[in-house]
Design a protein around this ligand. Structure first.
Ligand code: NAD
Length: 253
């Protein structure tokens, strides 16, 4: 185990499927102990079992992370079971309907912002006192290509992921003197249920079609996970406040 993650306490949200599942498995392969947090009970428990069967250590916490009580339970579990929180991966997220702004309902806006932006805020706020007490930690957020440009999703998702980018940069600057690093990945198209289930809104597909053509090849979830693990690891000790596209050059077009 050369990555410096052996025995570390790692929280991964949205770890019941897709990028989060691959991330939990990748950290576990480095010897880290994982809190698998997800709304989907079946997925969360299956991933925790998968880690344990491979000889690792994981515990599932099930609930909606946009609820502060669930965020608090996730942190309490990491502290009680693993002695603290060394790494927080805010990865859980939902897609929007790919709608242009005039077609976004209040309900769609509020849910997408709540899950994609407010939930990482709530969990990070709950984790920070523990990292500060321990003298440091690493936070990795899953942003999106839609956090870098206006042509990768609908208005609600695009705004939420630009928010995640801002949250990441603010954390990096405000806490760098206390040993806490914050970075994000910006995945391009990635083979997960989220990518497959994109609901198509009124204008999104026709308006965005020409831009989405620049997407490049779809990534596997494990390709996103590898970047997350790198950003969380001591190998990235001077990488802070970075939004790393993992997107087969989509951001470079
Ligand atoms: P996914 O649907 O496979 O995984 C998302 C997980 O988050 C699910 O297990 C889901 O149950 C969980 N989740 C959703 N809302 C939650 C909530 N309120 N509380 C707790 N858990 C919740 O999709 P994925 O592609 O692996 O998504 C992971 C992240 O990657 C998301 O933030 C997404 O926006 C981002 N992303 C994905 C792509 C892509 O093409 N797949 C591209 C860019 C960014």
């Amino acid at each position: 185990m050369g990555s410096g993650l052996d025995g570390r306490s790692v929280i991964v949200t949205g770890a019941g499927s897709g990028i989060g599942r691959a991330t939990a498995l990748a950290f576990a392969a480095e010897g880290a102990r994982i809190v698998v947090a997800d709304l989907n009970a079946e997925g969360a428990r299956a991933v925790a079992e998968e880690v344990e069967k491979a000889g690792g250590t994981a515990v599932a916490v099930v609930g909606d992370l946009s609820d502060q009580a669930v965020a608090d339970e996730v942190v309490r579990t990491a502290v009680e079971r693993f002695g603290g929180v060394d790494v927080l991966v805010n990865n859980a997220g939902i897609m929007d309907r790919m709608s242009a702004l005039a077609d976004v309902s209040d309900a769609e806006w509020e849910r997408v912002i709540r899950v994609n932006l407010t939930a990482p805020f709530l969990l990070t706020r709950a984790v920070l006192p523990h990292m500060l007490r321990a003298g440091g930690g690493a936070i990795v957020n899953t942003a999106s290509e839609a956090g870098l440009r206006g042509s990768a999703a609908g208005a609600a998702y695009t705004a939420s992921k630009h928010g995640v980018v801002g949250l990441t940069k603010s954390l990096a600057v405000m806490y760098r003197k206390q040993g806490i690093r914050a970075n994000a990945i910006a995945p391009g198209g990635t083979r997960t249920s989220l990518a497959l289930d994109v609901e198509q809104g009124a204008h999104g597909p026709t308006t965005l079609g020409p831009y989405l053509a620049n997407m490049g090849k779809l990534a596997g979830p494990e390709e996103q996970a590898a970047a997350i693990v790198f950003l969380a690891s001591p190998s990235a000790s001077n990488v802070n406040g970075v939004i790393l596209p993992v997107d087969d050059a989509w951001a470079a077009v």
